[in-house]
Design a protein around this ligand. Structure first.
Ligand code: UN1
Length: 528
């Protein structure tokens, strides 16, 4: 029996994996059932200029857990609806900009409080919408709440980023001020539909931009629920607009001349296309803040603690079915422990429960889409054809398995070193294994991909740790972590920055340098 109020239950994060969450489970189980009964299958309007709108092309989004269930009916915004949203955002912009950062962070804190009050409900929606496990879904909503508060606190701590500068003569007043760009488009992926959407949106808003937000077409329900928190917090009409839809809506948004900046999280190909077109294709450069894909390596040295390494790799390779840009997708094993490690990892992977994420014991839910399933099936076939050994990777059938795409995690050994499966981002529960004798040489092989998002190491040799920290080409490095080899970055604790093909800038999310990127600098010199 759990007699704690929901607010008194312990917080789930990505790294407190050993805590007792029995009270959380008892409460959350009831909320999931309630959300399934109450919140699915409804019309979910867009929100444009302070009003809900059913304009646009209606589409049903299926629940990936059971495709017979509809998450709801959404309305794909075409060029006319996108134009209405951008026009509303432009109209609301000047007052929002002038309202001052103190007022804006006040509203952000209010939105965080609203999300906190609804966290179980939003996490249940997230679980049902993208097939996240209970812990991943709850952790994500907590991450989103912390993101809002973290960025609001950063604005406060930096006094809005304005500061007086030196004076060339006593009659001169000089100021350095940071100002918003205008209207930001926020284009979010399905895999962290709450945290990534809110992280990007709240920075744009706190900085004084107005926003047109497009969630993934597979995540319109959480997109709407988080929008409700912002709207109900009291953002003025037009400051925050929600437009649902797929790539056509995204293209209309990116092509709209009224957009001044874009915050994007998604694939490398789309991010680079936005950079080339929107970013530098017009009369002047415009800001594109993009977090893109990853092919994140984990290195396991001869001195590593194997239990810790197996736990960390398992969680990062297969959590959320491997559909994270931070997922560990290639592991480099020292020859001396490779066989032992693979045997232990395969046994642990086989023991993972794959099924309905609403169930407490489930670690892996369904793949998000048919496209991901096709990629999985083709990759397994390609690995076998190349002479590799495939451990796991079975397609599951019978019962619920017939109504979604459920697969067992796959571990691939013996793939030729230069095979594309070691190099391409796959975004699915598919881990390739390489072996090494010398860590420096392994890191060079791990660096030899176009990406550079996260990397992990397991070693008890201080010189190896130093070598890893010095030479791994990625923005987020982890060592000896049981909760995740390459995943689980948290606001204010890790920063999240994509190097090379994984990002467009050198200043990532979750840290202090992200928010200022939503503003441009202006120098004021006034003679008195
Ligand atoms: C992603 O991996 O797609 O570090 C985003 C993590 C989370 C999510 C990152 N904060 O794993």
């Amino acid at each position: 029996m759990n007699d704690l109020s929901p607010a008194a239950l312990p917080r789930v994060t990505y790294s407190n994996i050993k805590e007792d969450f029995s009270g959380v489970h008892a409460h959350f189980g009831g909320v999931i059932a309630d959300v399934r009964a109450r919140l699915l299958g409804q019309d979910r309007p867009n929100h444009i200029g302070g009003r809900d709108s059913l304009d646009g092309a209606p589409y049903e989004a299926p629940c990936p857990i059971d495709r017979r269930l509809s998450l709801g009916r959404f309305f794909a915004a075409g060029p006319a609806e996108v134009d209405a949203a951008v026009t509303a955002a432009r109209a609301a912009g000047p007052d929002w900009r002038k309202s001052g950062w103190q007022r804006r962070i006040g509203l952000a804190y209010k939105a965080a409080d609203l999300l906190e009050a609804r966290k179980f409900e939003v996490a249940a929606a997230c679980l049902l919408e993208v097939g996240k496990s209970r812990m991943e879904a709850l952790g994500e909503v907590e991450e989103a709440i912390d993101l809002i508060r973290f960025y609001a606190a950063e604005m406060e701590a930096n006094d809005g980023y304005g500061k007086p500068l030196a004076r060339a003569n006593p009659r001169e007043e000089t100021l350095d001020v940071m100002r918003p760009f205008g209207v930001f488009a926020v284009i979010a992926p399905f895999n962290f539909p709450v945290a990534l959407s809110l992280g990007m949106s709240i920075c744009a808003l706190i900085a004084g931009n107005s926003v047109v937000f497009k969630p993934s077409p597979m995540a319109g329900l959480t997109g709407r629920l988080l929008s409700d928190c912002l709207i109900e917090a009291g953002l003025p009409d037009g400051v925050f607009n929600l437009v649902c839809g797929g790539s056509e809506t995204g293209a209309a948004l990116v092509a709209h001349p009224g957009i001044d900046g874009i915050a994007f999280t998604g694939s490398h190909a789309v991010g680079m296309a936005i950079m080339r077109g929107f970013g530098v294709g017009g009369a002047h450069a415009k800001p594109v803040l993009a977090e893109m894909g990853g092919k994140n390596p984990t290195y396991v040295g001869a001195s590593a603690d194997l239990d810790t390494a197996v736990s960390g790799v398992l969680r990062s390779a297969f959590g959320l079915q491997g559909q994270k840009c931070s997922a560990s997708s290639v592991v480099f094993l020292h020859e001396a422990l490779a066989e032992d490690f693979v045997a232990r990892l395969a046994a642990a992977a086989e023991a993972l429960v794959v099924g309905d994420p609403a169930e407490r014991e489930t670690f892996m839910g369904p793949l998000i889409s048919e496209a991901t399933f096709d990629r999985f099936a083709k990759s397994i076939a390609a690995a076998s054809a190349a002479g590799a050994r495939v451990l796991g990777g079975q397609v599951l059938s019978g019962g619920l398995y017939d109504h979604g795409r459920y697969v067992r995690p796959a571990i691939i050994t013996g793939l030729p070193d230069d095979h594309a499966l070691h190099r391409d981002e796959l975004f699915m529960p598919f881990l390739t294994v390489k072996t090494f004798r010398d860590l420096g040489e392994a890191i060079a092989r791990g660096n030899a991909v176009p990406y550079g998002l996260t990397a992990g190491v397991y070693t008890n040799e201080p010189t190896e740790l130093e070598q890893f920290l010095d030479t791994a080409e990625a923005g987020v490095l982890y060592a000896n972590r049981a909760s995740g080899a390459t995943t689980g970055a948290w606001p204010g604790i890790q920063t999240f920055c994509g190097w090379k093909g994984s990002g467009t800038g050198s200043k990532g999310g979750l840290g202090s340098w992200y928010l200022p990127q939503f503003m441009r600098e202006q120098s004021h010199t006034i003679m008195r």
